[in-house]
Design a protein around this ligand. Structure first.
Ligand code: 2M8
Length: 447
């Protein structure tokens, strides 16, 4: 019996995943991990809610509602809502770095000032569905903040004639140290004086070789400080910020969320039409501006340098989540996913590597520079399912189960050895495993 065909004890895995979500629950939200990430992270909460809804639907609703308690008056949903029960220096950069409370219109809880991919409406629509008769009441409460989050992107983050949203910091993409950001980050000086002003807390919880380098960290800090010191002004950052990038995954998730907002609007008594129209606009711009036929993938665009970044990362596969893509685009994405850059020969790679395996910068265990992650692999599987590639989608879901079985609920995984890296008992790995186990039938998993 080969390792791939070993039977998996689904019940044990499910129990473990539920235990992780219980242990990481902090009364009204879930921490991504108990050591490395002791606060509430924005897109993590959306993925967590997608799993929580199967076991504790009320908690899934609370997770999202509590996150939006940190939303700013301008509609931005910050990437971290800080847990006041934790010391300021438990995570760097903490509340005293971001200084959100000095901003007019800030919520009564400390937050960061940058954002993350807007996958929340999609999670909220799934939660509303699971809540059954209580769904419409939840939709009524969650729809207005979700609609404001989308309005913020349209009004404050759109760039260029295509109108796609730009991110102003690598952390806003969620794929923090992807090699795709290497070129735009070269324009951001490494300020050596900054090194003495902070302590990297992440290195107390994970190996340095699995995390971003000190130089990249200094750039992250410089970008965040500049945005903060300009009062998080999006006119300033779009005109003069040192990092301004249009990311395909971020925009695809925005369009996907607009489709979900249309579903929620029906339940909340609002008009779905503008959300359907917005989703179409974003999708058309993605295909028009970011699709690269020869590489068979969506590319990021460096708006500062005015050029596409011709590199293949999992972010370029995520637009598969959008229904109604042109056939040639879907076929190109599937060919790229199953080709040497990502999956290669059947059975040799687990999940979807976060970066092109044929590129010299591919690193199988360093954070977003190669490892497979649960959330991006799950998103690609969702997209495959949307476009009728059910067998390939099932293969990816099966990989997630096998990774959890072999390595535990780690933060990320070596795609070829299936070794686990980063944090352990990681919430979105647990939540998405629950989703996969709950949606699949046993026969498919135990093949
Ligand atoms: C990672 O990002 C944070 C900064 O936001 C960090 O490295 O400290 C990323 O994997 C991000 O996508 C994720 O949301 C966050 C919490 O899990 O960790």
């Amino acid at each position: 019996m080969t390792a791939a065909s070993e039977p998996v004890d689904r019940e044990r895995l499910l129990r473990h995943a539920v235990t992780v979500l219980i242990d990481n629950w902090r009364g009204h939200f879930t921490v991504p991990s108990r050591g490395l990430y002791p606060h509430q992270w924005s897109w993590d909460s959306a993925f967590v809610a997608l799993g929580l809804r199967h076991v504790f639907p009320g908690r899934a609703a609370t997770e999202l509602l509590s996150l939006f308690g940190g939303q700013w008056r301008d509609g931005r949903m910050p990437h971290i809502v800080f847990n006041s029960a934790v010391a300021d220096d438990a995570y760097f950069p903490g509340p005293s770095f971001w200084r959100s409370s000095r901003r007019p219109g800030h919520p009564p809880v400390a937050t960061s000032g940058i954002i993350q991919p807007p996958v929340h409406a999609r999670a909220a629509a799934a939660v509303a569905h699971t809540l059954g008769a209580d769904g419409p009441a939840f939709a009524h409460r969650i729809f207005p903040p979700l609609a404001a989050q989308s309005r913020y992107l349209r009004e404050r983050r759109a760039v260029g004639s295509g109108g796609l949203a730009a991110v102003v910091h690598p952390w806003e993409t969620g794929l923090d140290n992807s090699p795709v950001w290497d070129a735009p980050l070269r324009a951001v000086p490494v300020d050596l004086r900054l090194f003495d002003t902070y302590t990297r807390r992440d290195l107390s919880h994970a190996e340095a070789g699995e995390r971003p380098t000190d130089e990249d960290y200094a750039r992250y800090v410089r970008l965040a400080l500049a945005y903060r010191d300009h009062d998080y002004d999006d006119d300033w950052v779009r005109a003069d910020g040192e990092f301004l990038v249009v990311d395909p995954a971020f925009n695809a998730l925005w369009a996907w969320s607009e489709l979900a907002l249309a579903e929620l609007a029906e339940q909340a008594g609002a008009d779905p039409a503008p959300h359907l129209a917005e989703a179409e606009l974003i999708k058309a711009a993605l295909v028009d501006r970011l699709w690269d036929d020869s590489l068979g993938i969506f590319l990021a665009y460096d708006a500062r340098a005015g050029r596409l970044l011709a590199e293949r990362s999992v972010a370029g596969l995520v637009p598969l989540v959008l229904p109604g893509l042109p056939d040639r685009v879907v076929a190109g994405l599937v060919a790229t996913l199953t080709g040497a850059a990502f999956r290669g020969r059947a059975g040799t790679v687990s999940g979807v590597p976060s970066f092109d395996r044929t590129d010299s910068r591919y690193d199988a265990q360093r954070y977003w520079r190669g490892p497979s992650w649960f959330n991006t692999t799950w998103l690609v599987a969702q997209g495959l399912q949307t476009h009728g590639h059910s067998a390939l989608a099932a293969e990816l879901s099966h990989d997630l189960v096998r990774l959890a079985d072999r390595a535990g609920l780690r933060e990320y995984f070596n795609p070829t050895t299936a070794a686990g890296h980063g944090a352990d008992d990681f919430s979105w790995s647990a939540a998405l495993l629950i989703d996969v186990l709950t949606q699949q039938n046993g026969a498919a998993l135990d093949r």
